[in-house]
Design a protein around this ligand. Structure first.
Ligand SMILES: Cc1cc2nc3c(=O)[nH]c(=O)nc-3n(C[C@H](O)[C@H](O)[C@H](O)COP(=O)(O)OP(=O)(O)OC[C@H]3O[C@@H](n4cnc5c(N)ncnc54)[C@H](O)[C@@H]3O)c2cc1C
Length: 436
């Protein structure tokens, strides 16, 4: 069983999608996965002590995305609505506005005009000098680092422009049952077609020459194949020993490693707090805010954990906190307990409730520190100014033997998403089949 046509390392969306296409094409495939589960950055938790279908990683479908929707249809899984009002908590009060209400038209106009790519910070410095644009610049920073988890000194303005000007806020969805069943479907299909998925297999060494692959896991197991697909997160590919998941290539692949190291990869900490009830919908909150928050989707703030959202339109007493970008990197070594305290403090300020009350109401919580997770080591990719060149290098197989796939290889408006990963896996499989 340790020999096959194609080995895949990583059973996330990209690796599983590639395996699904390859087994359908009659290939003999083995997928090696470090964790005791498939899905990678997709992890839908159904634990009896926590609210059902809790998304510890990916949660939303950011638009009418062809590969994701196609796969869900194939699997017979339906979308669920997502939405609700966007609120800002600033200077001690709640204001209802979109992400960029202040100056969005001017920002869009200037973004459309630029001809040469620079970092988003360079763009802001050049186009919006002075204090009068402080609010606009803060919103751009918040979005680039919060949502895209990017370092604004490195993130490409062209890429952010593509994403922001193509954003379809009306077409956000969740998935009925969460993303988990989609992963379960891929797993089942791969196995049904004769593919193997080996869990708890942390790969550390890749020995290769044209047409020959030998992969060795930390436990000393060896697997052989003609070709290898690396469907690993960028954070793992960038990691060096003694990181638990770091991989050594023998012989080395310096051109590819240089491209990997130049690509942007952010940080994220996601926090799920389950309370006894939806206190943000009660009369006390309504009196404090001056309006009802019954339809609240998101609230953005300047608190330590700045972004929070609800499960609207589902009535579930859960607040999800989000800390992205450099701020998440800075807190990656905090303990869960410390992050919980900071979360409660932020919620306490935003909703004007004492920390003692929140603690008494808190039923359960999950702190998901993806930046510190040994098999992710960050959030997802963002484009730096030269990303297209890096992506081109990595989209090219090395001697038709080493192939790469993952969300970071996708070029388009929905970078850093499940769609990006699925598309990359599907395309890598097509290239592998094509070459035969
Ligand atoms: C908190 C969070 C929220 C997100 N929210 C959304 C969202 O709402 N919508 C959306 O579309 N996208 C979202 N994303 C992004 C989305 O989850 C990812 O882009 C996508 O799941 C990445 O898939 P992948 O296959 O490229 O990588 P991964 O899912 O990371 O898969 C890589 C696999 O490789 C395994 N691995 C790592 N090292 C080794 C090793 N040495 N040996 C063997 N296996 C190894 C990992 O365990 C993992 O299973 C979110 C991501 C995070 C972290």
């Amino acid at each position: 069983m340790n020999n096959c046509d194609i080995l895949i390392i990583g059973a996330g969306a990209a690796g599983l999608m590639a395996a699904h296409s390859l087994v359908k094409a009659g290939k003999n495939v083995i997928v090696l996965e470090a964790r005791n589960r498939c899905g990678g950055r997709i992890h839908t938790l159904n634990h009896e002590l926590f609210f059902k279908e809790a998304e510890l990683g990916a949660e939303f479908v950011h638009g009418d995305l062809p590969v994701t929707l196609g796969l869900l249809k194939e699997a017979g899984i339906e979308l669920a609505p997502s939405g609700g009002q966007m609120w800002h908590y600033k200077e001690g009060r709640f204001v209802q506005e979109g992400l960029f209400d202040e100056g969005w038209d001017l920002l869009a106009k200037k973004l459309k005009k630029i001809k040469k790519d620079v970092s988003i910070n360079q763009f802001l410095e050049a186009e919006f000098p002075g204090e009068e644009y402080h609010e606009l610049k803060t919103s751009v920073h918040r979005f680039a680092s919060g949502y895209d988890t990017a370092d604004p000194d490195l993130a490409s303005t062209f890429a952010l422009r593509d994403e922001w000007l193509n954003e379809d806020e009306g077409a956000q969805h969740r998935i009925k049952g969460g993303y988990g069943p989609m992963i379960g479907y891929l797993e089942a299909e791969i196995k049904k077609a004769g593919g193997h998925i080996v869990l708890n297999s942390v790969v550390n060494e890749i020995h290769w020459r044209a047409g020959h692959i030998k992969v060795v896991t930390v436990d000393g197991y060896a697997y052989k194949a003609e070709k290898l697909l690396l469907a690993l997160p960028l954070g793992v590919l960038k990691a060096t020993m003694p990181a638990q998941a770091a991989i050594s290539f023998r012989p080395p692949i310096p051109g590819q490693m240089e491209a990997i190291n130049k690509m942007g990869y952010g940080g994220i900490i996601k926090i799920l707090l389950e309370f006894d009830e939806l206190f943000w919908e009660d009369r006390q909150t309504e009196e404090w805010v001056g309006k009802s928050l019954k339809n609240m989707g998101f609230v953005l703030s300047d608190e330590e954990i700045p972004t929070w959202w609800t499960q609207t339109p589902k009535k579930v007493p859960v607040l999800t906190g989000w800390l992205g970008g450099l701020a998440a990197n800075a807190k990656k070594n905090l303990t869960d307990e410390e992050l919980l305290q900071q979360s409660l403090k932020s919620v306490s300020h935003i909703f004007n409730r004492s920390i003692d009350e929140l603690k008494a109401r808190l039923i359960a919580y999950h702190i998901v520190n993806w930046t510190n997770d040994p098999f992710t080591l960050g959030s997802y990719a963002y484009d730096t100014v030269n990303a297209a060149a890096e992506r081109k290098i990595l989209s090219h197989p090395v001697e038709d033997t080493l192939y790469f796939a993952g969300e970071y290889l996708y070029a388009g408006a929905v970078m850093g998403t499940v769609e990006a990963a699925l598309m990359s896996g599907r395309d890598a499989a097509a290239r592998m089949i094509d070459k035969n």
